[in-house]
Ligand binder design. Structure first.
Ligand code: ADP
Ligand code: MG
Length: 292
């Protein structure tokens, strides 16, 4: 039978918006010594905003209409930012069909004139396109996320999208370290300059920041970390269900988390407040001390 201390800890956690799938997850969380975090929508607030727009033909409205048409089909935080920008400017999204997402790269589809794509430098390369031209130079160095839009091997333009660290992230990482967590790493599909900027804001060193990862890279890295101790992976469920499943404790962020993420996870964090995560770890440790 489950010890009373665990049952009462599980219900205390639930009152604070942290749902454990069982007592085992609580006990494992107490033993975790490595925390791996997804970046976008997890350590950042996911309320990204479009900053710069660069079009090669100067037609920003047409550009945003095409881009928003593609992003209408994506659940990514970046896609939401682009849709909001188009909406604010009163620009209707182009009708795009045959859409498929390229995890950690972007999205592809077709309008009436043919195939279209939007995504990061990885997708640009996959499409046989190049962004090595003067107009895009400032974007290559920016510490914001960049989305390029193209048709075939022709790039039409790009936007930079800014997303900030949650205010609760840095104090939560400190609290985790104070509760015996030895390693904290960030894993992201975003470009390294963006990842390093967010990491620095959170007190992470460059070697604690892993960028330009595909979902399968995150799974592999979690497995490698798990060879050295218990690993928790914290993600928002966009492109990271497999990493959530691979970790000793998968923790899914946000009430808006996808069903897949919630299925893969051992813990659901209903609040967006990272402090709840540190609180849950503290509770798990105190409970483990009682039942030991
Ligand atoms: P993270 O690991 O930080 O949560 P993801 O792995 O979800 O980020 O995405 C990594 C990168 O892939 C994004 O930074 C973006 O450049 C690109 N990307 C993913 N989805 C889209 C999309 N719908 N539109 C444009 N770019 C995208
Ligand atoms: Mg994410």
């Amino acid at each position: 039978s489950v010890p009373a201390a665990i049952l009462s800890a599980l219900s205390a956690a639930a009152r604070g918006g942290v749902l454990f799938k069982g007592g085992g997850a609580l006990e494992t969380l107490a033993a975790v010594d490595t925390f791996a975090f997804d970046k976008t929508g997890t350590l950042t607030n996911g309320r990204a905003v479009v900053r710069r727009i660069i079009t090669l033909d100067g037609d920003e409205r047409r550009f945003l209409s095409l881009l928003a048409g593609l992003e209408a089909h994506s659940e990514h935080h970046i896609a939401a930012a682009i849709r909001r920008e188009a909406a604010v400017r009163g620009i209707a999204p182009t009708n795009v069909i045959d859409v498929s997402s390229r995890p950690s790269a972007g999205i592809v589809g077709s309008d009436e004139f043919g195939p279209l794509w939007a995504g990061n430098p990885r997708l640009v390369k996959d499409m046989g396109a190049s962004v090595d031209r003067a107009e895009f130079r400032e974007l290559a160095d920016t510490t914001q996320t960049v989305v390029y839009l193209g048709r075939g091997s022709t790039v039409l333009g790009a936007v930079s999208v800014a997303d900030e660290a949650r205010l609760s992230s840095a104090p939560a990482l400190t609290a985790l370290r104070n509760s015996g967590v030895r390693h904290i790493v960030m894993m992201t599909g975003d470009r390294r300059p963006v990842a390093l900027r967010i990491g620095a804001e959170l007190g992470l060193t460059p070697d604690e920041v892993h960028a330009e990862m595909l979902p399968e890279d995150k799974v592999r890295r979690v497995g490698e970390l798990a060879a050295h101790g218990k690993v928790a992976f914290v993600g928002d469920g966009v492109n990271d269900a497999a990493a959530l499943a691979r970790a000793d404790v998968g923790i899914a962020m946000g009430a808006a988390g996808s069903d897949v993420a919630l299925q893969a996870a051992d813990v659901a964090l209903l609040s967006e407040d990272m402090k709840k995560l540190a609180d849950a770890r503290g509770l798990a440790r105190r409970t483990a001390a009682i039942i030991r």
